[in-house]
Design a protein. Sequence first.
Lengths: 425, 286
Amino acid sequence: MNGFSFLRPPRAALLRCASADPAGAVCGCGVVHAAPARIGRRTVLGALAAGTVLGSLPSPLRAAVPAGPLERPDVTIGFVPISCAAPLIMAEAQGFFVQEGLRVQLQKTANWALVRDRLLDGHLDASHLLSPMPLALSLGLGGNAPHAVRVASMQNLNGQAITLALRHHDRRDPRQWKGMTFAIPFEFSMHNLLLRAYLARHGLDPDHDVTLRVTAPPDMVANLRAGNIDGFLGPEPFNQRAVIEEVGFVHILTAEIWDGHPCCAFGMTAAFMDANPNTAAALQRAMIRAADFMQQPDNRAQAARIMAQPRYLNQPELVIRQSLTGHYADGLGVVRDNPRRAAYSPYPYPSMAVWIMSQLERWGYLKGPVDYRDVARQVFLIDAVRQQAQAMNLPQPADGGDNWPSFTIMGQHFDPDHPSFFNQG
Amino acid sequence: MISAESRRAFFLFLALFAGLLLVWQLSTASAPPRSPYGIPQGNAEYQMLMGHTPGTTRTREGFPGPARFAASALQALHAPFHDNGPSDRGIGWQVGASLLRVAIGYGLAVVVAVPFGFLIGLHPVIRRAVDPFIQILRPISPLAWMPLALYTIRNPEGCGIFVIFICSLWPIVLNTAFGVGSVRREWLNVARTLEVSWTRRVLFVLLPAAAPTIITGMRIGLGIAWLAIVAAEMLVGSSGIGYFVWNQWNNLSLSNVLLAVLLIGFTGMVLDGALAALQRSVTYAE
């Protein structure tokens, strides 16, 4: 596991620094970074703001990034109609793809299994993916042969919630949830892994004490109404939809479980990226810009209007807006505010991948020894995203250039160097 | 001249229809009582976020009553052929896409099944040999084929067409074989006495004689094809009426789902009516 640490001599020093100050520095993405210097939260925010000003300058420099002629200007990209797809949708609607010379056709796809199949058989050149999917596909989990799939950028952070049926409004302690049935959208999803981690943290065995059922998001709302499930950890806008349909309430936002957790990724097969490096780079650039666009709070209301259209999410704007801005009705008569409900950052930190793989192993999806760091580095292309964002003069994350930040999840420290400690907590 | 019987049937139809609308209206009119769990109403801001104020668009639908259904159906049918890119096409395009898929898959099934049916209808040995295969393949649900099709064919368009093909194949094969096998011996003997060539015997004796049975098989096959396509499109489609149902369900828009359901039924009825007319034209009195 530590076989690669010699590649990053400064890291050891950073780790010591972090252990001296366990709080570390929390940047805008909610990640606890092992900060090289003690950066306070305010300085970080200030730096972010400065970066934003830089990012809004016209004609960004692109000298450092290879940008040859596009091998394939016509690209088909799959998406699942949930709020996580916001950067992809905005990249089309705001013309970020067109600015790169790409003619993109977004293809609304019914479910994650279909997204997987179409990406692997080449009908989709790139796609919106749940961030555990590229890892599961690359490792050949779930009965598939291994297919190398890459995360070209992260689409969104946070943005999910645990929704419970209204009849459980007085059962807010997860220890009371024994015997309940919960819906999740896909096995290889952050929803599944976060729900399992949350239940386990509260002393429940997610495999024996509750039933987890893979369900399409609209069916989650319908099943919640029908009483077939007790709750779900689902994507937006379906949590807010359940609230507005008056069948459920938001128990907890995933931003409150792990602020800054990855959710959906933007991925391509390694074969596509190798065959079309310039096209892949152009797609990546457009997606980085789109994530930056979405991260600006001022753009969220406009994004909600655009995403509500039938060709995108086909959902009421009122519902999408609440899930994007974090100013929402919780279903129990209270208006809540959490601006971190949805967050957008294009940086796919490999330590996120380490958390995902450690959880996949924890719950038996991943068997046998895997070099987490090696796989994480191959699948989560953080260096390319950094390079491209820098070349476009977009704000740099306040992570001190550290690709392996540790995280705070439900008050627990997750150290990518020692992932197994987290699982025992 | 309309007979008294059909007039009475028509009035009964109208009465049933009115009764249906009435039951529909009554069962959807009363909104369920709010919050049986004593959850507070919240402040004005909360009510606005819940979509309860007149200024905001009402999002909570519930099951639509006849009036609301009619309004949203009119809206959807107002521009059935609008086209805002592949993810937002009018319902007319969707029905068209489904019909095209059915035309291809079902056309292939007819082209394969009729000659195959002739073969096994004329040769009892072959019929007995292939019968176990047919009996096993015949009852397989269209959706059970879907994962296998997705894995092997991969192309989603091909999958839909394959599912239609494989499901509409068997009734046509069996009916053709039955029809060909039960052509009256006398007619074949006459043809043999007249030393009619093989092709003429098939085309001018067997085919017309078996035509009503073959068309019955084709009617059953088309019915199954139309059932299968909706289910297949809900799973893999990026177009078609099944995709429309899925996309509207995604928005929990029951009005539009209901519209699609009625449209599926109506289209199925028209398709069946077309084959019924064809059947009447080939039916003969012995």
